[in-house]
Structures are given as structure tokens and as C-alpha cells.
Design a protein around this ligand. Structure first.
Ligand code: ADP
Length: 399
């Protein structure tokens, strides 16, 4: 089957982001987002590539309504019929231990995504709703599920086990899974390509730093450890998420603040913590940098906690792999902020990591390594949607 056009969908509980790819010409034809599905104030922003964005208020009762409207918008701007769309690729958050790669959606896959609902209660139901909505709106078009967790399935057991009673792993599948897998996979492969080496020859640490952040140790092209855990709450302090902390903190805060419901506590850790929690200003790194420049000490502290944590993971993962050949920065913060990159590796010259200030101030895919440094430091823009489109193409092409 010749695959030309692939619709990539990232369905949230009340939103749906989409991109239409022409894989033959390696082009994004259009992208957009439907917001407030199933609630008042539905809104769609549709951007055909090279043309002005179109915005409309649209009450979408269900995700299937949203998909139907997306298809109308696509057929009125960049394609002439829905039948030009050859396949749909979906971002699915949690594949548990069931998926170590992308798969064609069938009844078994849908059942497995459902089995992972307890592991990804906020995202997986929405992701499955997106798949069912496409079935409803587009009939039996081939659909592929691409999991955020899949790349991390190669971690050894001693990296993914938590030191709690083993029966919880057996009964409830509690272990480290890791997230941002499509991004870590993409940028580590791109880094090998950039360095002109086979991935099997390289030890790479990939730093995906955005609103959510995670770090991954990639040895020989395979993930051997990653900073996010059972959920995306573990690891670095993020925009609003706490990252790692002493679990006993929960009891102390709950007692003192009279919080009786654990979900309220988790809401604080997910939505009110991280650099927002420390600074009290914002979860947006640009705001914090501006506040720090204005002399705000808590903004400076929040940024320092963030870069210090990145540095500790780089050290830990170099130790875990017995060395490191390249450190890669990606995502909103990693791609765009030279200062935070420099601070994250400051003092790591002893392990051969150093950034050149002038090179660091450029954009795009760049080698920012200081002359003489043994470890290469690279900035590589991530493209999770592109990975979803290419996995979808590969799987559907083989049908
Ligand atoms: P998401 O996790 O939502 O996909 P992104 O990867 O798009 O996030 O990253 C969003 C984050 O990137 C925001 O916190 C934003 O402040 C940050 N960011 C974008 N540009 C810059 C910049 N020039 N300097 C610092 N942070 C930036």
C-alpha cells in the first residue's frame, strides 16, 4: 500500500490536536487544535501550512464531532476528499509493559490500552476516545498507536523496580515506565546520524526539557534508564510538577494543611509544584528568566533547582552507562535557552562535558561542544508528530 497522507492525532480529555502529513513530500499540510470538546465554549484553530490560521467557535459535543469538523476543515483547505487520508497515527500516553513499539490498532490493542487506564488515568481514556472517534468519523481507516512509554521498555529490571513490597509490582504493575519515549528515541537517533555513528556505538544522555521534562540514558540505541516513573510526576522539577521527593513529605503537608483527600495532595504535586511552586510566579521558564533578571530571588532559586537536577541526572546516567559520548538537549527549554543549557552542564568539565558560549547561542540542530571537550553536546529539535507519522507509515505500508 502506498502511503501518502497521514493524520496525526493527540487526543486529550477535552482537546484534540492534529497534524496532516504528506509523507511523500515530507511536509506538514495543516495543523490545529480543537479545545473544550464536550464543554461550553468549544473552539477550533486550524492552520493550513503557508496560509493564515482560521479560528472558529464550534460547540463539539464529542471527539467524533471534533474529528468530523477537522476533516471538513482539511477538505476545504488542503485536500479534496477525506479518502485522501490514508491512515491515522495516535499518540497514546501509557502502554504499560504491553507495548515496546508502535502497533496497528485492532480490538486487542484497544483492550490493552483500556487495561492501561489505571496507569494513565488522565490520558489513556482520552487517547482511546480519539481512536474510537476516528473509527466513527472515518470508518475502517488503518490506525496506529504510538506509545510514550514504548521506547523505555528496554530498561533492565533493576532500573525500573521501586523498592517497595514486590507484590505491588506483581499485583498493580507498579514500576518505572518513563515517558516522552518518542522524543528520546527521535533525538537519540538523530544525534547518532549527526555524529555519523551507528547508534550501537554510542552512549547518549537525552534531556527533554519542556513544560514536562525528562532525561533518558540511551546505550547502544536502547533506553537503559529514564527519570520519569510510574507516572510523569517523577524526576526533574518541572513547570508545575514536583519531580522526585521524599514520600514522607505527603503526610507532613497533609496533616499541617488539613488535606484529607490524597487526590488533592497529588493535584498540588502535579499542578502547583515544580518551578511554579518554588518561585510562586510562573510555570513558564521565560517568565522566570525575566523575573530573575529583575532580581527575583525565588525565580533564580527555581531555575537553579531545575538546572542542578539536570546536572545530577547527567552524572548519574553517565555512571549508569559507564561513560557518555553525547548529551542532547531538546524541547521548548532545551532547544531555546542557551543560558539554562550552560548552567545545566556547568562544572562538568571533569567528565569531558563543556559548552562553547558562541556556538551555544545559535538555533536549530547544532553542536555546541567546546573545543577539546571529549563529550559532544548537541541541541536537536524534537518532532514527536513526525515520529508518529513515520511509524504509522511504516506499519501501514507493510499491510
Ligand atoms: P510541552 O511539554 O508542553 O510540549 P514545550 O516543549 O513546548 O512543552 O516547552 C514549553 C516550555 O518551553 C515553556 O515553559 C516555555 O517557557 C519554554 N520555552 C520556550 N522558549 C523558551 C526560551 N527561549 N527560553 C526559555 N524557555 C523557553
Amino acid at each position: 500500500m502506498v502511503i501518502l497522507k497521514i493524520l496525526v492525532i493527540n487526543a486529550g480529555s477535552s482537546s484534540l490536536k492534529y497534524q496532516l502529513f504528506d509523507t511523500e513530500q515530507h511536509l506538514v499540510l495543516a495543523k490545529g487544535v480543537c479545545e473544550r470538546i464536550g464543554i461550553d465554549g468549544g473552539h477550533i484553530k486550524h492552520t493550513p501550512t503557508g496560509k493564515p490560521a482560521m479560528e472558529e467557535d464550534n460547540a463539539m459535543a464529542t471527539h467524533a464531532d471534533a474529528i468530523r469538523r477537522v476533516i471538513e476543515l482539511l477538505t476545504s483547505t488542503v485536500i479534496s476528499s477525506m479518502h485522501e487520508i490514508d491512515a491515522v497515527g495516535h499518540r497514546v500516553l501509557h502502554g504499560g509493559a504491553e507495548f515496546s513499539g508502535s502497533v496497528l490498532v485492532n480490538d486487542d490493542v484497544k483492550a490493552a490500552i483500556r487495561r492501561c487506564f489505571p496507569l494513565g488515568p488522565l490520558h489513556n481514556p482520552a487517547n482511546l476516545t480519539g481512536i474510537l472517534a476516528c473509527e466513527e468519523a472515518m470508518g475502517n481507516i488503518p490506525q496506529v498507536a504510538v506509545f510514550d512509554t514504548a521506547f523505555h521498555q528496554t530498561m533492565p529490571d533493576y532500573a525500573y523496580m521501586y523498592a517497595i513490597p514486590y507484590e505491588y509490582y506483581e499485583k498493580y504493575k507498579i514500576r518505572r515506565y518513563g515517558f516522552h519515549g518518542t522524543s528520546h528515541r527521535y533525538v537519540s537517533a538523530k544525534a547518532a546520524e549527526f555524529l555519523g555513528k551507528d547508534p550501537s556505538e554510542l552512549k547518549i544522555i537525552t534531556c527533554h526539557l519542556g513544560n514536562g521534562s525528562s532525561i533518558c540514558a540511551v546505550d547502544g540505541g536502547k533506553c537503559v534508564d529514564t527519570s520519569m516513573g510510574l507516572t510523569p510526576l517523577e524526576g526533574l522539577p518541572m513547570g508545575t510538577r514536583s519531580g522526585v521527593l521524599d514520600p514522607a513529605i505527603l503526610e507532613t503537608v497533609m496533616k499541617n494543611e488539613n488535606i484529607t483527600d490524597i487526590s488533592d495532595m497529588l493535584n498540588i504535586l502535579n499542578k502547583k509544584s515544580g518551578v511554579l511552586g518554588i518561585s510562586g510566579i510562573s510555570s513558564d521558564f521565560r517568565d522566570l528568566i525575566a523575573a530573575k533578571q529583575d532580581g527575583n530571588e525565588r525565580a533564580a532559586l527555581a531555575l537553579k533547582c531545575f538546572t542542578y537536577s539536570i546536572k545530577k541526572y547527567i552524572g548519574a546516567y553517565a555512571a549508569a552507562m559507564g561513560g557518555v559520548d553525547a548529551v542532547v538537549f531538546t524541547a521548548g527549554v532545551g532547544e531555546n535557552n542557551a543560558t539554562l543549557r550552560a548552567e545545566a552542564v556547568e562544572g562538568l568539565e571533569f567528565m569531558g562535558i563543556a559548552i562553547d558560549e558562541a556556538k551555544n547561542n545559535t538555533r536549530g540542530t547544532v553542536d555546541v561542544t567546546a573545543n577539546g571537550a571529549k563529550v559532544r553536546t548537541l541541541v536537536i529539535p524534537t518532532d514527536e508528530e513526525f515520529v508518529i507519522a513515520s511509524d504509522t507509515e511504516e506499519i501501514v505500508r507493510a499491510l
